[in-house]
Design a protein around this ligand. Structure first.
Ligand code: HEM
Length: 563
C-alpha cells in the first residue's frame, strides 16, 4: 500500500517523475483531449466553462504539488508551467496537423496560415483594414473556392448566392455573429443565431418598416434633407467633405426616425461623439470580428474595448431614455417605439430581455446610419465624377417635376427609374457591407456546381467582389447605371446583386434606406450641380476605403453650384 498511487508517498513519487516523462505524459493528454473533445466541440459555446476548467485544473495541480511533495514553491510553479506548456503545445500541434492534413476541408486551396487559424485572416483584415482587397487577391491566386479559415470557405460563384442566402436556404448564421453572446436572449436581431428567435423578432422590426410606418417617416426624412440642402445653398462653391456630411445627414435621419430624437449634426456641423464611437466599434469588428470568441472575451474584460464601450453605453442610455419618455398609449412614431411596444406588451416578437433590446438599439444606430451614409457619399462621388450621368438624372427629374423643388413629391421621385439605376449601380460597386453575410452549411452539406462543401462549414460570398466580376457584368468595374434598364445586355442572366442580402436574414431597413437615398439624391440633383473640389482627384476614395464590416469611406471633397 505504501507504494500505491493513492498513498501520499505514492502520489509524491508520481509527482516527482522526471521532467521529460512528465512532459510526454501531459502532451499525450493534450493530443487525446483534441482527438476526443476539441475536434468536434463548438468551442465558442463552452468558452468560459473551458477556460474556467483549465484554470481550476492548473490551480488544483499546483495545490496537490504543494501538499503532497516537498518541492519549494518555485519548483512547483516551474512544474505547473511545464505541464501547461506541454499540454498546450501538444494540443495546438495536434490541432494544426489535423487542420492541415486530415480536416474535411483539407483539399480546398488557400493560404496555409488561414488553414491553421482564423488569426491569419484577422491579421489580413487588420493590416490595411481592406479585407475586401485581400479576398480579391486570394481569389486571383486560389480560384473560386478559397479556404479562408480552418472551417471556412469563401465562394466566388453566382450559383452560391441563392443556395446560401435564398429563401429556401438551410444555411444559418455562423459563429461570426457570436461576438457578443452565444445565447439568443442577450443578442440583437442581427446577432441571434437561433432561427426561431430570429423569425419571431423579425415581426416587430417589420412593423417598424411597414408601408404605414414608412409614410410617417417620409416627411421627416425630407425635412432633414432640406436642412442639408439649405446648408449647401448657403455654402455654394465651398469644399464639403461628402463622407462626413453624408454621415451627419443619415445620423440625423436615424436619430429622428429611429429614436424620435434630434442629434443636430446638420444644424451644428459638428460630428456627434457617437459617430466616432460607431467608427471605432466597426474598425474593431472588421478585424477582431474574424475571431469571434476573442471579441466575445474582450467584451468581458474591463477596459479591453474601452475605445468603443462608451458608444455601447450611449446606445443603452438612448433606449433607456426612450423607455422613460415613451407614451405607450400613442401609436409608435419611430423604430425604437415599435420595438418597445412589442417588449412592453410582451408580444411574441419582443426582444427576449432588456439586454437584447439594448443590443437592438446598436443595430438601429449602426445599420440605420452608416449604411445609408456610405451609399449616399458613394453616389455623390459617382455623380461628381460622371457629369453626363448627373445631367441625365436632372433631365429625368425635371420631366416629372418641371417646377423643381416646388413640384417635388416622393411619389414622382419614385417614378424616375434612372434614379434607382444610379442607386443600384452604386450599391453594386460599393455595397455598404463588402464582405459580410457569414453563414454555416446545413448538416447534409451544400453542392455548389461541381464542388461539395461538407456540413457545418462556415461559408460566405464576398458581396463587392462577386458584384464586380467580369463573368457576370460587362465592364464590371465601371459605373454604368444604364445596365439596369436600357443596356440590360451588360448584366448576365441572374447576375449576382444582393447589397441588402437575401432571404430570411435580408435587411429589414431596405425600404427606409432606399427612401432616404431617393429623397436625398433627387433633392440635391434637382437643386445643384455637383463637382469635385479643386485638388480632389478621388484617388483616396478609390484606394483608401476601409472594410470595417460596414464600409468606412475616407474624406473626399465635393462642391455644389446652383442650377
Ligand atoms: C443603403 C442602406 C442599407 C444597406 C445597404 C443595408 C445592408 C444590410 C445588410 C447587407 C445586412 C445583412 C448583414 C448581415 O447579415 O450580417 C443588413 C442587415 C440589417 N439591416 Fe440594413 N442596410 C441598409 C439600411 C438599413 C437601415 C436604414 C436600417 C434601419 C435601422 C437597417 C437595419 C438592419 C437590420 C436590423 C439588420 C439585421 C437583420 C437581420 O440580421 O435579420 N438597415 N443590412
Amino acid at each position: 500500500m505504501s507504494s500505491s498511487l493513492f498513498s501520499v508517498e505514492g502520489l509524491s513519487q508520481a509527482l516527482s517523475i522526471e521532467f521529460l516523462s512528465l512532459g510526454l505524459s501531459v502532451a499525450g493528454l493534450g493530443v487525446l483531449s483534441h482527438v476526443s473533445i476539441f475536434r468536434t466541440l463548438p468551442v465558442e459555446e463552452y468558452l468560459y466553462g473551458l477556460l474556467g476548467l483549465y484554470i481550476v485544473t492548473l490551480c488544483l495541480v499546483a495545490l496537490i504539488y504543494i501538499f503532497a511533495t516537498n518541492l519549494a514553491l518555485l519548483q512547483v510553479l516551474i512544474r505547473v508551467g511545464w505541464i501547461a506548456f506541454a499540454f498546450n503545445g501538444a494540443l495546438l500541434s495536434s490541432i494544426g496537423i489535423y487542420r492541415l492534413f486530415f480536416h474535411r476541408l483539407h483539399h480546398f486551396p488557400g493560404p496555409v496560415l488561414s488553414k491553421l487559424s482564423r488569426f491569419y485572416d484577422a491579421y489580413l483584415a487588420g493590416r490595411n483594414v481592406q479585407y475586401n482587397v485581400e479576398i480579391a487577391r486570394l481569389h486571383d491566386t486560389y480560384g473560386d473556392f478559397i479556404r479562408t479559415g480552418p472551417r471556412e470557405i469563401c465562394i466566388v460563384r453566382k450559383s452560391a448566392v441563392p443556395l446560401i442566402f435564398g429563401p429556401e436556404s438551410k444555411c444559418l448564421k455562423s459563429t461570426y455573429y457570436a461576438q457578443v453572446s452565444t445565447q439568443a436572449e442577450f443578442c440583437s436581431i442581427h446577432q441571434t443565431r437561433d432561427v426561431v428567435d430570429h423569425r419571431k423578432r423579425h415581426k416587430a422590426w417589420d412593423r417598424s418598416f411597414s408601408i404605414k410606418a414608412l409614410a410617417t417617416y417620409e416627411p421627416r426624412v425630407k425635412d432633414k434633407v432640406d436642412q442639408f440642402a439649405s446648408y449647401i445653398g448657403s455654402n455654394l462653391g465651398q469644399p464639403l467633405d461628402a463622407s462626413a456630411w453624408s454621415m451627419f445627414l443619415s445620423f440625423d435621419i436615424m436619430g429622428n426616425v429611429g429614436f424620435g430624437k434630434e442629434f443636430n449634426n446638420l444644424a451644428t456641423g459638428i460630428e456627434h461623439p457617437a459617430i466616432k464611437g460607431i467608427h471605432d466599434h466597426m474598425a474593431v469588428l472588421g478585424t477582431m470580428g474574424h475571431v469571434p470568441w476573442l471579441l466575445n472575451l474582450a467584451n468581458r474584460i474591463p477596459g479591453a474595448v474601452s475605445g468603443y464601450s462608451s458608444f455601447f453605453q450611449w446606445c443603452t442610455n438612448e433606449i433607456e431614455r426612450k423607455q422613460q419618455d415613451w407614451d405607450m398609449d400613442k401609436s409608435p412614431q419611430d423604430i425604437v417605439s415599435w420595438l418597445l411596444k412589442a417588449y412592453v406588451e410582451k408580444d411574441i416578437s419582443a426582444a427576449p430581455t432588456e439586454a437584447a433590446l439594448h443590443q437592438d438599439s446598436r443595430v438601429i444606430v449602426v445599420g440605420g446610419s452608416e449604411t445609408v451614409a456610405t451609399t449616399l457619399a458613394s453616389a455623390l462621388y459617382y455623380l461628381a465624377k460622371n457629369p453626363a450621368v448627373l445631367s441625365k438624372l436632372q433631365c429625368h427629374l425635371d420631366e416629372v417635376m418641371p417646377g423643381r423643388s416646388k413640384d417635388w413629391s416622393y411619389e414622382k421621385v419614385k417614378s424616375v427609374t434612372y434614379l434607382d439605376d444610379i442607386i443600384h449601380e452604386t450599391l453594386r460597386l460599393r455595397p455598404a457591407v463588402m464582405t459580410g453575410g457569414y453563414r454555416v452549411t446545413p448538416a447534409e452539406g451544400l453542392q455548389i456546381d461541381e464542388v461539395y462543401i461538407p456540413g457545418d462549414v462556415n461559408v460566405f460570398v464576398p458581396v463587392q467582389l462577386i458584384q464586380t466580376d467580369e463573368r457576370y457584368y460587362t465592364d464590371a468595374k465601371q459605373f454604368v447605371p444604364e445596365r439596369w434598364n436600357e443596356k440590360t445586355e451588360m448584366c448576365s442572366e441572374s447576375a449576382p446583386f444582393f447589397p441588402f442580402l437575401l432571404g430570411p436574414y435580408t435587411c429589414p431597413g431596405k425600404n427606409l434606406g432606399m427612401m432616404s437615398l431617393r429623397i436625398s439624391l433627387s433633392t440635391l440633383a434637382q437643386l445643384f450641380h455637383i463637382q469635385f473640389s479643386p485638388g480632389e482627384t478621388g484617388e483616396a476614395f478609390e484606394t483608401k476605403t476601409r472594410d470595417t464590416f460596414t464600409t468606412t469611406l475616407p474624406p473626399f471633397q465635393i462642391q455644389f453650384q446652383s442650377r
